[in-house]
Design a protein. Structure first.
Lengths: 95, 484
C-alpha cells in the first residue's frame, strides 16, 4: 500500500491536524511502513471469525436513575482556556 | 555522617511491607519516610517526576496522627507512593506528559487515587511517562525523557517509565502505572522492579486519561510480590463509576503468596523464545523456569501459533481507539489553546497541532487512516477478528497450564535516542507484552537478574482471566527460589 502526500493531507484534515510540508513527507514515509506492517493481518484466514470488541465479557450495567449532585460549574470552568461568566468561549461560529 | 547516610539509604530501600512494619512498631514516622522520599526526589537527576505534591507532608502528618490515636487504617497507612501522570488527582495537575494538558488541574480524583488515599497512602507526586502513554521508552514526554536509574544513559522503558524508575531509585515505596500494550511490565523489567497488569476490568479506570479503551488497565509497580498483593488488595474491585470494571469477588491476594510452586503447571510458549529474543534474556527466563521446577513445578514447552499477528492487531486497535479518544482535545473546555486564530476550525487545528507531540500525531493519523472510508474492514475489523483467534490460542493453552512464562522484553534497556529514527523498530519491541492486552489477560513482570552489562532483565508470567493470584504465587515462589 502506497501512502501518498495527498492521503496524508486528507487524513490530517479528518483528524484536525495541520502538518508542515516536511512533516507530511516524513509521515507519508513512516505511515507507509506502519500500514505495511499492519497488512500482515491480511495473511490470516478470518473467514467466519467473529470480531472481539471486549476481551472480557461484561454484562450491561443498570442502576436506578437517582438525582445526585454533580460538579460545581465554577470548578468545571476553572480549566477553560477562555470563558465568559458561565460559558466556554470560542470564536464566533454563526454570522 | 556516613552512618546516617547509609541508615537513610537502608530506610529508602525498604519494601512497602517492611516500611509498614516500622511504622507499626513506631520506629519511624510517615513524616520521616515522606521527607526522606521528598529529599531523594529533589536530588534525583533521572526526571522520574513531573510534579511533586506540595501537600505530601501534610498527608503524612495526618497518617501519623491517626496511628497515634490507634486509628491506623491498614498496612498501607502512611506509606509514601506516587502515581503515573495520566491518573487524575483532584487539585494536583495531571499532564499526561503533554503540552496539551501541561496546566490541567482535575476537578476530581481517579478511583485508584481515591482508594489509595482512603487506605492512608501519602501521595508524593506525579510520574513522567510517554505522552498520553504512547511509547515504549518514556522519551516522548513534553517534560523530557526519563533516565534509567541503573544506567542514566539508557531508557527507563515506557510508557510508565517514571513509575518504574521511581521504584528502582527508591523515590517511592510503590507506584501505579497504566498498561495498554506492556507499559507497566516493560519499564518494570528494564528498571529491575516488579510490575503487574491485572485482568481487563479488575481495577477501575475512572479518572484515568483514556488511550485505548478496550486495552487500558492500571497496574502496580513494586519492589516485590508481597507489595504487589498489598496494593492490589487496596485498589482492585468493582467501581460504580466504571461500567467496564468487573463484579467478580475479590480474593485476599496476600493468601496466594504462601502457596509455593509445587504442582504449578507452567507452559513456555515457544513463539516467545525464538528469533529476536536476546540470548541473555532467554537464559534468564530459563533460569526462572529452573528455580520453579526445583520447587516442584511442572515446566513444559507449549505453543500460541497466532502470536505473530498480535503486534499488528495491537497497533491497529490501539491507534484506532486513540484517535477517537483524543478527539476531545480541541482547546475549548480544558487544556492548551493556540494563541492566534481566525475562526473555530483554525483554532482547533492549530491547538491540536501545537499541543500534541510527534508520536501522538503518528498514532492519531494511523488510527484515522484505518477507520476511514474503505479501510475499516481491512484493518480495524480484521484486527478484532485476529483478536478472537489470539484469545482462542490462549484459551487452549490454559486448559493445560496454570501460568505461562515468557520474557517481558526481548532485549534490555537501550541507549536514549538510539531508536528515534525508526518508530517501527520501537513498536517491534512490544512483541512479548501486547498479546496479553489484546486478550484482556493478567500478567506480571518479575525482575530476574541482569545481563553482562548489569542491565535488569524481566520474566513475564501470564495467567488466565482473573488469575492474578496465580501470578503472585509464581512470582513469590521465584523470589524465594532466587534467594535460596
Amino acid at each position: 500500500m502506497t501512502i501518498t502526500i495527498e492521503t496524508v493531507q486528507h487524513i490530517a484534515h479528518l483528524a484536525k491536524l495541520q502538518l508542515s510540508e516536511t512533516e507530511m513527507f516524513r509521515l507519508a514515509d513512516e505511515m507507509e511502513k506502519i500500514v505495511g506492517f499492519a497488512d500482515k493481518l491480511s495473511e490470516l484466514d478470518i473467514e467466519g471469525v467473529k470480531p472481539t470488541t471486549h476481551a472480557v465479557a461484561v454484562q450491561n450495567v443498570l442502576r436506578d436513575d437517582e438525582l445526585k449532585p454533580s460538579y460545581d460549574r465554577e470548578k468545571i470552568l476553572q480549566n477553560a482556556p477562555e470563558r465568559d461568566a458561565a460559558c466556554f468561549l470560542v470564536p464566533k461560529v454563526v454570522e | 555522617m556516613n552512618q546516617s547516610i547509609s541508615a537513610a539509604e537502608e530506610l529508602a530501600a525498604l519494601t512497602a511491607h517492611d516500611a509498614s512494619c516500622r511504622l507499626a512498631e513506631g520506629t519511624v514516622s510517615s513524616v520521616q519516610l515522606t521527607q526522606l522520599m521528598l529529599d531523594r526526589i529533589a536530588a534525583s537527576q533521572n526526571n522520574a517526576f513531573i510534579t511533586v505534591n506540595p501537600k505530601a507532608l501534610e498527608e503524612a502528618a495526618a497518617a501519623d496522627a491517626r496511628r497515634q490515636k490507634g486509628e491506623a487504617r491498614g498496612p498501607l497507612d502512611g506509606i509514601p507512593m506516587a502515581l503515573k501522570d495520566n491518573i487524575s488527582t483532584q487539585g494536583l495537575r495531571t499532564t499526561c506528559a503533554s503540552r496539551m494538558l501541561a496546566e490541567f488541574v482535575p476537578p476530581y480524583s481517579a478511583t485508584v487515587a481515591r482508594r489509595l488515599s482512603e487506605a492512608g497512602c501519602v501521595l508524593l507526586g506525579k510520574l513522567n511517562m510517554d505522552e498520553f502513554a504512547m511509547g515504549s521508552t518514556s522519551e516522548n514526554s513534553y517534560f523530557g525523557p526519563v533516565r534509567n536509574p541503573r544506567d542514566p544513559q539508557r531508557i527507563a522503558g515506557g510508557s510508565s517509565g517514571g513509575s518504574a524508575a521511581a521504584v528502582a531509585e527508591n523515590l517511592a515505596y510503590f507506584t501505579l502505572g497504566s498498561d495498554t500494550g506492556g507499559s507497566v511490565r516493560q519499564p518494570a523489567a528494564m528498571c529491575g522492579v516488579m510490575g503487574m497488569k491485572p485482568t481487563y476490568g479488575r481495577i477501575s479506570r475512572y479518572g484515568v486519561v483514556a488511550f485505548a479503551s478496550s486495552l487500558d488497565q492500571i497496574g502496580p509497580i513494586t519492589k516485590d510480590a508481597q507489595d504487589c498483593a498489598l496494593v492490589l488488595n487496596a485498589i482492585a474491585g468493582k467501581d460504580p463509576y466504571d461500567g467496564s470494571s468487573l463484579m467478580n469477588p475479590l480474593p485476599d491476594y496476600l493468601d496466594a503468596l504462601k502457596d509455593g510452586a509445587a504442582g504449578l503447571r507452567i507452559g513456555i510458549p515457544k513463539e516467545y523464545m525464538g528469533e529476536g529474543i536476546s540470548e541473555e534474556v532467554r537464559m534468564a527466563v530459563e533460569r526462572v523456569a529452573g528455580l520453579l521446577e526445583a520447587q516442584g513445578a511442572i515446566v513444559e514447552t507449549c505453543s500460541l501459533p497466532r502470536t505473530e499477528y498480535a503486534l499488528s492487531a495491537y497497533y491497529v486497535i490501539s491507534s484506532a481507539e486513540a484517535c477517537s479518544n483524543l478527539g476531545r482535545y480541541d482547546g475549548v473546555k480544558y487544556g492548551y489553546r493556540t494563541q492566534a486564530y481566525a475562526n473555530l476550525a483554525e483554532m482547533i487545528e492549530k491547538t491540536r497541532s501545537e499541543g500534541f507531540g510527534d508520536e501522538v500525531k503518528r498514532r492519531i493519523l494511523l488510527g484515522t487512516y484505518t477507520l476511514s472510508a474503505g479501510y475499516f474492514d481491512a484493518y480495524y475489523k480484521r484486527a478484532q477478528q485476529a483478536r478472537t483467534l489470539i484469545m482462542e490460542d490462549f484459551r487452549k493453552v490454559f486448559r493445560q497450564y496454570d501460568v505461562l512464562l515468557t520474557p517481558t522484553s526481548p532485549v534490555t534497556a537501550w541507549a536514549l535516542g538510539q531508536k528515534h529514527a525508526n518508530p517501527l523498530e520501537i513498536y517491534a519491541m512490544d512483541v512479548c507484552t501486547v498479546s496479553v492486552n489484546v486478550a484482556g489477560l493478567p500478567a506480571l513482570s518479575l525482575p530476574c537478574g541482569t545481563d553482562s552489562q548489569g542491565l535488569p532483565i524481566g520474566a513475564q508470567f501470564i495467567a488466565n482471566t482473573l488469575g492474578e493470584a496465580v501470578l503472585l504465587r509464581a512470582a513469590a515462589a521465584a523470589e524465594k527460589g532466587g534467594k535460596a
